[in-house]
Design a protein around this ligand. Structure first.
Ligand code: ZN
Ligand code: ZN
Length: 103
């Protein structure tokens, strides 16, 4: 049987098609800048992690398999445990359909 490749790959975590491919490393870089405006120590703890897939990041071109929504969600939960003010601001700036879930 012939297998046909899907035009888009799916996220390893939520299994949704990745339509807005920005890898966690690119996102983490932007998130770090935002968090550093409030708390530099916390910003230093933010790091992207690489999960290789078949989708190309539109920003840096590296291969990725985790969608922006899932990565932002993990990051939001991390921030919310550490600083609720920053977590709220985070939702305003990196709203990858997160608000629908959390608010
Ligand atoms: Zn996902
Ligand atoms: Zn990237």
């Amino acid at each position: 049987m012939k297998t046909t490749r899907a035009p888009f790959t799916r996220c390893v975590e939520c299994n949704e098609v990745i339509t807005n491919p920005i890898c966690s490393e690119c996102l983490a870089r932007e998130m770090k800048v935002m968090v550093a405006e409030y708390d530099e120590n916390l910003a230093n703890k933010i790091d992207g992690f690489k999960i290789e897939g078949e989708t190309c990041c539109i920003s840096c071109g590296s291969l990725m398999a985790l969608c922006a929504h899932c990565f932002s969600k993990d990051m939001y939960e991390f921030l919310n445990e550490n600083n609720k003010v920053i977590a709220k601001e985070f939702l305003n700036r990196f709203d990858f359909e997160l608000r629908r879930e959390f608010m």
